[in-house]
Design a protein around this ligand. Sequence first.
Ligand SMILES: Cc1cc2nc3c(=O)[nH]c(=O)nc-3n(C[C@H](O)[C@H](O)[C@H](O)COP(=O)(O)OP(=O)(O)OC[C@H]3O[C@@H](n4cnc5c(N)ncnc54)[C@H](O)[C@@H]3O)c2cc1C
Length: 445
Amino acid sequence: MRHERIGLQALFGFKHLRNALFRAKFIFLSKRLIHLAKISFIQESGDNFYFCPDLKTVLIVGSGPAGLMAAYQLARRGYQTHVFDHKKSFSRKLLVAGKGGFNLTHGEELNSFLRKYNDSKIQDAIRLFSNDDFRTFLMEMGVETYVGSSGRVFPIKGITPAELVTKWKQSIIDLGGQFHAEHRLEEIQGASMIFETEKGRVKMVGDYLVLALGGASWSVTGSDGSWTGMIERMGIKVIPFASSNGGIVLDSEFLDKNSSGKALKNVAVFASDVYRKGDLVFTEYGLEGTPVYALNGAVRENKELCLDLKPDLSESQIKFRWNSELQPTDQLRALKLSKEAISLLKRTLTREEFLNVDVLISQIKRIPLPVQGLRNIEEVISTVGGVAMDEVNSSFRIKKLKNAYAIGEMLDWDTCTGGYLIQASVSTGFVAAEAIINADRSLED
Ligand SMILES: Cc1cc2nc3c(=O)[nH]c(=O)nc-3n(C[C@H](O)[C@H](O)[C@H](O)COP(=O)(O)OP(=O)(O)OC[C@H]3O[C@@H](n4cnc5c(N)ncnc54)[C@H](O)[C@@H]3O)c2cc1C
């Protein structure tokens, strides 16, 4: 890697400069020898495996799952791979994601898996590097996984998020990759990247640049979305960030302060075109839980959201089971509605309405939610917005830049939580790496 520390040369005396040059030459020749040995080993083994023959350099910024996957694939093919992150340590969002149940992908069958995404380039990337491929990749790295009862894929017991990150990083280092913490990308100038570091501004030059800068939630992890200005200055369209996979904020009148922290189990939330079953939890501002996360898109489109307290029975089935001899509250208990669900029905109906069987049954199946909006970006699992999808080609190369790619959550696509976010991030990293490898391979053919 050509590496300049601006203004640093002035500090060197001639002797120091000569020694430094000698050392650099020695390191370069050693690396070159190891590299040539690797090529000849691969050629002798008769493997049809492309190995970058001329020490090309790839600069990858962002050490989340997208950046790590691209780094692994490129280092494995002999590229001089450098991963930069502006935080002191790496992959912080992945570590945070791992705290609340470390689900890396989902075990769903491919076709229904693909339907969870709103963008065809992301779907194509997952076709090329699927949930099964990711599980195999993890297995080869020593991280065995299993499919939980919800379909989510977890590492087997005993493998912590920190261990996964350490193994992943180490496997890249073993392949010759290098990691650089506390390097904040400030600017891209052609084939160069300018980083702000503790020691001042540093310029790096690479044959390929890969941006894996993440979205804008949980900024404490480093994914703070502050890169948008840099990208827009290059004439690349950026869609403003918005919350995704977050709780919904409801009118305070709808909420009961005693309900905060209490669950509504086996319910469903729906809008005109989406219906999601699952568990919800009341908070002091509204509702959290997978069904509302899946309907964040509907909230962004100002669609009406409703709650179904008895998703397993239709309105007519409830009517059929209704025993008019019981008091309404006892009847609701007989239907196995929870205390929380009954309290919600009482809060949202007048006394007369509650005593009217038809109105009560209709309310069980459809309680309109007075949504004020989505939870703040800082608090949510992911964001939509970022680099517009039409600014990248099907390999995630940024059309307006030469040899630069954008991957992972920094692109404007959406999906639900449950492993789908991490899967799309690694699939885009894989596809961009393959595109770089194929571009070089075709130059040689
Ligand atoms: C609480 C929580 C729970 C989650 N749970 C799940 C889950 O269960 N399943 C799931 O699939 N997903 C989950 N996610 C989402 C998942 O973690 C992200 O979608 C995924 O990490 C995105 O990967 P990425 O590589 O694109 O970006 P990130 O992982 O966000 O990495 C981007 C990196 O770029 C670095 N960076 C940013 N700007 C610069 C700069 N200018 N210079 C240098 N470095 C920079 C950041 O420091 C960061 O390390 C969760 C997220 C959160 C916050």
